[in-house]
Design a protein around this ligand. Structure first.
Ligand code: ZN
Ligand code: ZN
Length: 283
């Protein structure tokens, strides 16, 4: 189990490898464009070569996180088109840069209901995938169940998988904070087992390619997305020990998206807390 983190790509995507090395991370996640803007990623040949060289030297897996604006449940055709174009572009660059895949949020049904938007969601993701035919994974992330967000339960993720004929490129990233806020009690053995049974039934445990390892400021079932440093939230160190012991996560990279003890994002202390648990479980 690799312990890594989301890091900034300021100064070019290759710079992310220096940042992950500085906090001794073993896997990384990055954006390749501003996450709050539609401006598509555009990388020069130099940036591509620098990224590939840095990645080869570091020898660690990398993941993209898609932009936050995407919404495959939108009834606005312009916004839907931009969402497809944005995902397609990330999938394209994922292939070029040899990253595992692109983790993204499906969006919101805006009150229409999950079933009403499901065909459109599947059609749009299909369109993005077909426009970037390479082996990079298309990684759906569960959310905290806030508002009308799609992908709150593993059953909803399963419905999207089936709508896409369980395409082999599809995968999931489980965010521990989101799952906990949604009411999946990953902090207890029974709760974790129940959650993983549902996930296994809906998409298959082998589809988990990443975990967003975040503690939760919200209590179980709080349905709000508030990340906390590892051990400082309602999941707690014991909770992480329990979930990290589950076979579903044995070979899956854990990526931190925590506020950090200095307030500037994932840091060495958060990484070390997860590494200590991992090493205890090994011995
Ligand atoms: Zn996340
Ligand atoms: Zn979150």
């Amino acid at each position: 189990m690799r312990i890594g983190a989301h890091v900034s790509s300021a100064g070019g995507p290759a710079a992310a490898f220096g940042r992950i090395a500085a906090i001794e991370g073993e896997a990384l996640q990055l954006f390749i464009s501003a996450p709050q803007q539609w401006k598509p990623p555009s990388l020069s040949d130099e940036q591509v070569h620098a990224f590939l060289a840095a990645k080869a030297t570091a020898g660690i897996p990398a993941f993209f996180h898609g932009v936050y604006l995407m919404n495959f449940g939108s009834h606005d055709p312009a916004l839907l088109n931009r969402s497809v174009a944005s995902l397609r572009s990330y999938l394209h660059w994922a292939g070029e840069l040899g990253v595992v895949g692109t983790i993204f949020h499906v969006g919101s049904h805006l009150g229409a209901g999950f079933d009403a938007v499901l065909p459109q969601i599947c059609g749009s993701i299909r369109e993005a995938m077909d426009g970037a035919p390479n082996g990079s994974r298309v990684i759906l992330e569960n959310n905290a169940g806030q508002g009308n967000c799609v992908g709150r339960t593993f059953a909803e993720l399963g419905a999207i998988f089936r709508g896409l004929d369980n395409d082999p490129r599809l995968a999931v990233c489980i965010d521990t904070c989101h799952a906990f806020a949604m009411g999946y009690d990953l902090s207890t053995r029974e709760g974790c087992e129940l959650a993983m049974e549902e996930l296994d039934r809906e998409v298959g445990l082998d589809r988990i390619v990443a975990v967003h390892a975040n503690d939760s400021k919200m209590p179980l079932g709080g349905v709000r997305d508030r990340h906390e440093n590892i051990g400082e939230g309602h999941i707690g160190l014991e909770g992480f020990r329990t979930l990290m012991a589950h076979r579903a996560f044995a070979d899956v990279p854990f990526l931190l998206e925590v506020p950090g003890f200095e307030g500037d994002g994932p840091d060495l202390e958060n990484i070390n807390r997860l590494k200590r648990i991992r090493d205890e479980l090994k011995s």
